[in-house]
Design a binder for this molecule. Structure first.
Ligand SMILES: NC(=[NH2+])NCCC[C@H](N)C(=O)O
Length: 392
């Protein structure tokens, strides 16, 4: 793995309260300082293995130095019907005075009611006056931590996804701007965009060269999977796409919460679903139309598409109760950085032991605070395949 995009959590996590954590998709109130330490350990583990780590905040600040990007992203947040004209003008004016680093911090961390100064000659109007002081003029993005979901790279193409949950939608305006305006990524060919049907990166697994699995459930819709299949086939990036229906539940919000690759022919997988999961095999028909076949058992369909005899399955946990606990705590959400080498949360003791028994090396990281957002090492990373733009 060459380069990975991470987001070190910051002020946006400090916005979480028992009142808003559900709608902001967190199951608890993380201790921010400890979450940052855990995240730093994660980044250090990747660097120690030769992975280049890029941070969203830094790329975003550099992107905001480009005037068009700044104008577009600022317009994106003020163009919110909740604000009304007076408050919109006031917010736009407030943002004008921020340098790129401070503006990036607001776009990610949000702007609370009390952080906006108003006065007789800088009025907030009716909307600001009636807004409870614990509300946000600009919503924070605590789930930006899970960089996997807002973009996916397939070879040298970046797919900026279309996020299903209102609390996350604005994440993609940031990733999209980074890819289109940051000097390192200018010229990147784009595969998907946020105006299209819902697709989230946690549902997209690259099983092998030319073979992609797409989970459809709480987040990615069948229409999203079909659209991505069209785009992928159109760009000749894969020959087979496996569309995998998953339960529409919080515990299985993305396909990567129940199965991830740990070797060229092995997955770690939640046993409760391992043998019941089905897949529809989609290939490009002669007329370019996606052609659908199946369903067939996922493991069979995957092995066939990958052209291997069997896809080996390593089970989560030991017994059903441990497996259920460790699946919930992202035991399956490992990040493979090389064949038979993955990063996993240390707390999933039994699942990690299973991986090691199967010959997979496990780099353990702490994640008790990070995990309160329901995401593990895979969700917290977006591998970027593109080399720095060279002339031409
Ligand atoms: N690829 C993943 N499994 N991402 C996990 C995302 C967790 C996030 N709190 C959400 O609910 O959207």
């Amino acid at each position: 793995m060459g380069t990975v995009l991470l987001h070190r959590p910051g002020r946006e996590l400090a916005r979480l309260t028992p009142r808003n954590n559900d709608s902001l998709l967190f199951d608890g109130i993380p201790w921010v300082g400890r979450a940052q330490e855990e995240h730093d350990t994660f980044a250090a583990a990747l660097r120690a293995r030769g992975v280049e780590v890029l941070y969203v905040s830094q790329l975003l600040a550099e992107t905001l130095a480009v005037p068009e990007a700044r104008a577009e992203l600022t317009a994106g947040v003020v163009d919110d019907t909740r604000l009304g004209d007076t408050l919109r003008r006031r917010v736009a004016d407030h943002l004008t005075y921020l340098d790129p680093v401070a503006l990036a911090a607001v776009l990610i961390g949000g702007l609370a009611h009390d952080e906006l100064r108003t006065s007789a000659d800088r009025p907030g109007g009716l909307v600001y006056t009636l807004m409870p002081s614990n509300e946000f003029v600009i919503d924070p993005l605590p789930n930006l931590l899970f960089t996997r979901d807002s973009s996916v790279w397939v070879r040298d193409r970046a797919a900026v996804t279309s996020l299903a949950m209102p609390a996350r939608r604005r994440e993609t305006t940031l990733t999209d701007a980074i890819y289109r305006y940051h000097p390192r990524f200018v010229g990147t060919r784009m595969l998907y965009d946020p105006a299209l049907e819902p697709v989230e990166g946690g549902d997209v697994l690259l099983l092998a060269e030319g073979v992609i699995a797409i989970g459809v459930g709480e987040r990615t819709t069948p229409a999203g999977a079909e659209r991505l299949a069209r785009r992928v086939f159109g760009a000749q990036l894969a020959h087979t796409i496996l569309v995998v229906p998953i339960a529409q539940e919080r515990a299985t919000m993305h396909l990567d919460t129940i199965v991830t690759m740990v070797d060229a022919d092995a997955v770690i997988m939640y046993p409760k679903y391992a043998h019941s999961l089905q897949a529809y095999t989609v290939i490009a028909g002669a007329d370019g139309e996606p052609q659908v076949d199946g369903p067939a058992p996922f493991l069979r369909a995957a092995a066939d598409a990958m052209d291997i005899g069997t896809l080996r399955v390593i089970d989560t946990g030991l017994d059903p109760v441990t497996a259920e606990r460790e699946q919930w705590d992202d035991g399956n959400n490992t990040l493979a950085i090389a064949p038979r080498l993955c990063v996993a949360y240390e707390r999933n003791v039994e699942t990690n032991a299973q991986l090691e028994r199967a010959g997979i090396e496990v780099i353990r990281i702490p994640g008790s605070e990070l995990g309160s957002g329901r995401g593990g090492p895979r969700c917290m990373s977006c591998p970027m395949l593109r080399e720095p733009t060279s002339a031409g």
